[in-house]
Design a protein around this ligand. Structure first.
Ligand SMILES: Cc1ncc(COP(=O)(O)O)c(C=O)c1O
Length: 428
């Protein structure tokens, strides 16, 4: 941490731009940690916060309910017609903790005590709390806590792999191998309670986009083997990959699914975990049966965040945002060669409104770029000179703009990325 001596102080933001206390500005290439939908200071959302805050700031969902939580639940269930119930929480990590607890408790509630294990994909990320770290184990992030995490059964994820000395397998070719491993294990091992994975792509794992039908096949394998299928749409739901509900476009059916980040448009912290009727009903019973879920957060279902989320979801429809994203995201594709021709650039992965650009030492070896200060800091500082806010993940530059970015601003982001990579080449 000592390599950072100071940080730009952001004092205001409007549209795609962040303004600092020294008069500088940067385009928000990170969508403020992948959650911003409309850009900053969107008037309809700001007004909704003010409107709701004047009426009811907070009452919990303990013994009570309120109109914003009720309306938002209805809206979420409309968008997810195979789901029956909604559990609100404060952030993505808690939404995943809840998903994991519900999945594990479900089997106790229905009298099945053997199913206690969780299966996951390698390289996944579901948040920084202990349950989420266990399920989404990324060694670089979590190795210091390894002995305190619960163990999971991990399967490889389809990505470009080098086998033997030089044979390259594409993500699509490797997918069959990954699926066969999953199928074999789930057929043999009846201790597996749930299979937990990100929906559509692994974002924090470096924009690993699943090949077609990969998610659908896992969903089918889970159904066939009586394993709950738990999806994490926190980073990919609500349009990041180009679909409103990502699992629907993947033709897969979860038993439990979590949303967060873009749910409020990126203005407040909020998340939701949805379950099917089968799961929901297993938690019903007499008080003495103790089938209910002992889980609640102080700010569960906060009225301002709920009203804001509802308004945000209404705006998707009003402004045809998903259709717009599908058009805007073509720019990423059109500009792919401009980026991949650069010296330091290895594999590029792109879908919808996200692009991951691997920085490498050498295009042929594909060895990750390294330096004695963090790549994140280097890219951040160079990017700032070109008025772009970057946050890399290891050696991967993540382009994750607010979804409603204009074509002009997206081209500005890509031009700034190219200039940043070029100046990095000169510097290293
Ligand atoms: C897929 C996924 N799940 C869960 C989380 C955790 O969300 P939060 O940071 O809101 O706790 C993240 C955060 O990046 C994520 O990308």
């Amino acid at each position: 941490m000592s390599e950072w001596t100071s940080f730009p102080e952001i004092v205001s933001a409007k549209g795609m731009w962040l303004y600092d206390s020294k008069g500088g500005k940067m385009l928000d290439g990170v969508a403020s940690m992948w959650c911003n939908v409309w850009g900053h200071s969107k008037s309809e959302l700001v007004s909704e916060i003010i409107k709701q805050t004047k009426i009811l700031q907070h009452t919990p969902l303990f013994n009570l309910t309120h109109p914003s939580a009720e309306k938002l639940s209805k809206k979420l269930l409309q968008l997810n017609p195979k789901m029956k119930s909604v559990f609100f929480s404060d952030n993505g990590s808690t939404a995943m903790e809840i998903a994991i607890k519900i999945a594990l408790q479900y089997w106790r509630n229905v009298g099945e005590n053997k199913k206690t294990n969780v299966a996951t994909l390698e390289n996944g990320y579901h948040g920084d709390t202990f349950g989420a770290m266990s399920v989404g184990y990324v060694p670089e992030f979590f190795s210091k806590f390894r002995s305190k995490l619960f163990s999971t059964i991990q399967f490889p994820v389809p990505r470009t792999v080098i086998i033997g000395s030089n044979t390259k397998k594409s993500s699509k070719e490797y997918a069959e191998y990954c699926l066969s491993k999953i199928e074999d294990k789930l057929e043999k091992d009846n201790s597996i309670a749930a299979f937990v994975m990100e929906s559509g792509a692994q974002m924090a794992g470096g924009v690993i986009i699943y090949p077609k039908n990969f998610q659908k096949r896992i969903s089918q394998i889970c159904k066939k083997n009586d394993v709950l299928f738990v999806l994490d749409e926190i980073a990919t739901g609500f349009g990041r990959l180009g679909s409103m509900i990502e699992y629907q476009s993947q033709n897969s059916t979860p038993d439990i699914v979590s949303f967060g980040k873009m749910l409020t448009g990126g203005y407040q912290t909020f998340a939701a975990t949805l379950t099917t009727k089968k799961i929901n009903d297993s938690f019903l019973g007499e008080f003495s049966q103790f089938k209910h879920l002992f889980h609640g957060h102080t700010y569960t279902g906060n009225p301002t965040a709920a009203a804001l989320s509802l308004k945000n979801l209404e705006l998707y429809k009003k402004y045809h945002l998903i259709e717009k994203i599908q058009k805007t995201s073509k720019i990423f594709k059109d500009r792919l060669d401009d980026i991949s021709n650069l010296d330091l650039v290895g594999e590029i992965r792109h879908q919808g409104m996200v692009m991951g650009i691997e920085l490498v030492q050498n295009k042929n070896s594909n060895k990750p770029l390294s330096s004695n200060i963090s790549i994140n800091k280097l890219v951040f500082e160079e990017g700032r000179k070109h008025q772009i806010y970057f946050r890399t993940l290891g050696n991967i530059i993540m382009l994750v703009p607010p979804l409603d970015i204009s074509q002009k601003d997206l081209n500005f982001l890509i031009d700034g990325t190219i200039s940043t990579i070029k100046s990095l080449s000169r510097k290293l």
